[in-house]
Write a protein that binds this ligand. Structure first.
Ligand code: C2E
Ligand code: CA
Ligand code: CA
Length: 759
């Protein structure tokens, strides 16, 4: 009998040991408490085993006391478990601290029994067959221990029942299992503690394992089902589960809404969503995720449909399910975002980036289609913005966009490249100048701004796409270059890019990029053309720039000055030449030729970019030369542009001692009337003035008049472009005293000049 019990207890020890070991692997919040329960349970079984097997009374006595103390603490941990496991508010009513003190006192009391034997003692009992054991003889004070145990157990049970009552139905079973086992355990404890075989010990083992199982392993099947059902029902995606034949096994609330038969969702082909899913499931082997658009009346629904197949352990198909998500809002937001990123917000046309992308693709895909890149540019749009306000400016742009779409209906793409530049890609066969002609009338815009009707002129530049591999931006640049050619021309509205234009532009771009090195490397040279009396006696010289380019060779000013005048770089050239001229004058001064002067050219653009007065006063100071030795050649154009200011500047320069000369008189706006208002030192007349006229005799008379008049006004005249003796003769007879021209000498290097005139 003893052997049997010992074996059972040993087995129990091993099982509890395994459970304890497993609790170390659990991450559950109750793992520690369960471990404590199992550990005390283990001790109880162990001490029970000792008391059963020992032959020594004192050992048995100590084992019993340890067994009782351990049961105290087992109950304490059970209480802790009940409270925590249920997680209910019952905890408030149980003061664990007092409970702990009570149990400590009881434990001490029990341990003292080993000395005083005031609670219980042992009686040696012999059984049949030579077996014997120690029987417990309890005294009435031991009732305190039972009372405490009972009290704690009661708390445990109340807590479990209370929790079970409050818990959802599916959890109730779990709690009740533990509670029932606990009741059985306590009953056993009281019935059997005095018997030789304490069956309650087995109960501890079972209880411990049950607790372990309930806490960590067991999940009620129905609970699982119910939870899954709840979760899937409330999901914001539709779930539609089918068996292997495509029969509906389960669909959640949302799926039922989508499959609603009264107002079904149908796609463009008229197939309902449910049918579509079933077809896809039956026909397709593979799992997929697709985006599909379905309609319910006018409402558009963009759905993300995902098919998953379920297979068993042997890879046998079990069924499948669809997960359907409504992505409409997201996709519409995305489309909107994409629209904003690719369209111009003002006009709704493609923005630059998008236009380029679209054109590039189109041009690549239509290799044998003749295409045109067309750009438009509003004449003086800045003025519209400045005078009529940006709001009106915006309106103009919006109207142009509308107009383009209405008139040029056959364009492939429309875009707005920025500001007032619109662009169109179109087939050559669809193009005609008439398409763009209407806008010249400006009718579209009249009455648009309260009282102002502003004629809008749109320049059109056309590039025929001959080099198809060029970046689209370059094609647009070419169309715009064509515009640049006619800007300012009042008669032309449409301009075509051609290869000559390309070469010119390329050449110009090269010149522009080469200018800086040209100046720093001294490639720009000052040539001097003598100015003489009629007999050829040297008076001075005009400084004329030449560019000795390392690759392009000798470049005349006519080839690069207009280029630099367009962008203001002319000022760099002029400042450089002026400085060279002053340096030269300084050199001559040192050589004793202070009588010679140099005429320098001042471009009309210089007046915008430079402080002419300051520069020249600084130069004469720097080189210590007389201002009288510098003649400043100013053209009529420069004066007419800002008459009042220019006249002030001229008189200021003259007061300082500079000689101001009016260059190219007679070639521009000049009128005789102007002569009386312009106060300059010298009038310079170009012989080209005569050549241009049809009736030379008449022109000569005018020339005669001008010369006489200016002499009258005290302005000496110099004639340039004098090419032969005859010209020199009649000019001289007319009263001209200074001459410049090939007849006397061509422009030459400084060295040549010095060799010829100064040595
Ligand atoms: P411009 O100021 O009217 O200079 C006179 C031009 O007439 C020079 O041309 C000169 O070589 C040319 N010329 C002189 N005598 C005769 C002649 O008998 N027959 C003919 N057909 N031409 C004659 P160039 O040197 O080619 O200069 C052209 C223009 O470039 C100049 O016209 C001037 O406006 C401009 N230019 C030259 N150098 C400079 C400069 O350093 N700065 C600025 N801003 N402009 C310059
Ligand atoms: Ca000149
Ligand atoms: Ca001139």
């Amino acid at each position: 009998m003893k052997i049997l019990l010992a074996t059972i207890l040993t087995v129990a020890l091993v099982v509890i040991g395994i459970c304890i070991f497993k609790t170390y692997k659990e991450k559950h919040r109750l793992a520690k408490i369960v471990r404590n329960i199992l550990l005390t349970g283990l001790l109880i079984v162990l001490f029970n085993l000792v008391s059963l097997l020992t032959r020594f009374e004192p050992v048995c006595l100590v084992a019993y006391s340890a067994y009782f103390v351990a049961s105290d603490w087992l109950l304490y941990f059970l209480l802790q478990f009940s409270l925590e496991y249920i997680g209910n508010d019952f905890e408030k009513h149980v003061k664990k601290k007092y409970m702990c003190l009570l149990l400590l006192a009881d434990s001490a009391n029990i341990l003292l029994n080993n000395v005083f034997e005031h609670l219980y003692t042992l009686k040696h009992v012999s059984l049949f067959g030579g077996e014997s054991y120690y029987e417990l003889v309890v005294y009435w004070p031991f009732a305190v221990h039972y009372f405490i145990i009972l009290m704690v157990a009661a708390f445990c049970l109340i807590s479990l029942f209370y929790g079970a009552l409050k818990a959802p139905v599916f959890y109730r079973k779990k709690y009740m299992t533990i509670a029932v086992i606990m009741v059985v355990l306590i009953v056993l404890y009281f019935i059997t503690f005095k018997s030789a075989i304490d069956v309650s010990v087995i109960g501890y083992v079972i209880e411990g394992i049950c607790i372990y199982y309930c806490a960590f392993v067991y999940t009620p099947q129905r609970l699982l089902q119910k939870t899954l059902f709840q979760v899937t029902q409330d999901m914001s995606v539709a779930l539609f589960v089918m068996d292997i034949e495509g029969k509906n096994l389960y669909s959640n609330k949302y799926a039922e809404e989508l499959f609603d038969t009264e107002s079904p969702l149908v796609n463009k082909e008229g197939i309902t969503l449910e049918q579509w899913c079933r077809d896809a499931y039956m026909n397709q082997e593979e799992e997929f995720t697709k985006q599909q658009t379905f309609y319910r009346g006018d409402e558009e629904l963009i759905l993300k449909i995902q098919l998953q197949r379920m297979v068993d352990a042997h890879k046998q198909l079990q069924g499948g399910y669809f997960v359907v998500q409504d992505r409409t809002e997201e996709i519409i937001a995305l489309r909107k975002e994409r629209y904003l990123a690719t369209h111009d917000s003002l006009t709704g046309l493609y923005n630059k980036q998008r236009f380029y992308e679209k054109c590039e693709k189109y041009i690549n895909r239509h290799a044998d289609k003749e295409l045109l890149m067309i750009c438009t540019d509003i004449k003086e749009f800045k003025m519209i913005n400045d005078f009529l306000g940006t709001k009106t400016g915006d309106l103009v742009l919006q109207n142009i966009a509308i107009m383009l779409k209405e008139q040029v209906t056959k364009a492939i793409y429309y875009g707005r490249l920025g500001n007032d530049v619109f662009s169109i890609l179109m087939a050559k066969e669809d193009f005609s100048e008439a398409l763009f002609a209407k806008e010249e009338q400006g009718a579209y815009f009249s009455g648009m701004t309260r009282d102002v009707s502003f004629p809008i002129i749109n320049y059109i530049g056309v590039y025929e796409i001959t080099e198809r591999t060029l970046p689209v931006s370059v094609m647009c640049d070419r169309a715009r270059m064509a515009i640049a050619k006619i800007k300012g021309d009042y008669h032309k509205r449409i301009s075509y890019y051609d290869n000559v234009m390309r070469d010119t532009i390329l050449h110009e771009q090269e010149l522009i990029s080469d200018l800086n090195t040209a100046i720093s490397d001294g490639q720009l040279k000052m040539y001097l053309q003598p100015q003489t009396s009629v007999s050829g006696e040297l008076l001075g010289a005009e400084a004329l720039v030449r560019w000795i380019h390392p690759e392009k060779g000798f470049i005349m000013p006519g080839d690069f000055i207009p280029v630099f005048e367009k962008n203001g770089l002319i000022s760099d050239v002029d400042r450089y030449i002026w400085e060279v001229a002053c340096k030269q004058l300084r050199k001559w001064k040192e050589e004793g030729r202070e009588d010679l002067y140099i005429s320098v050219n001042i471009s009309p653009r210089d007046f915008y970019f430079l402080n002419i007065y300051q520069i020249f006063t600084e130069l004469v100071e720097k080189y210590d030369i007389a201002p009288q030795n510098i003649k400043l050649e100013i053209t009529e154009t420069a004066i007419v542009m800002d008459f009042k200011r220019q006249m002030e500047l001229i008189s200021r320069l003259r007061r300082t001692g500079f000689v101001v000369e009016m260059d190219d008189f007679g070639s521009g706006y000049s009128s005789l009337n102007m002569l009386k208002d312009i106060h300059v030192d010298v009038l310079k007349i170009d012989m080209a003035f005569l050549k241009k006229a049809e009736d030379e005799e008449r022109s000569k008379k005018i020339l005669q008049m001008i010369i006489s008049l200016s002499k009258e006004l005290g302005m000496p005249v110099i004639t340039e472009g004098v090419e032969n003796a005859e010209q020199a003769k009649f000019l001289s007879e007319m009263g001209c005293e200074m001459f410049q021209g090939y007849y006397f000498a061509k422009p030459m290097t400084v060295e040549e000049f010095e060799n010829r005139y100064l040595r």
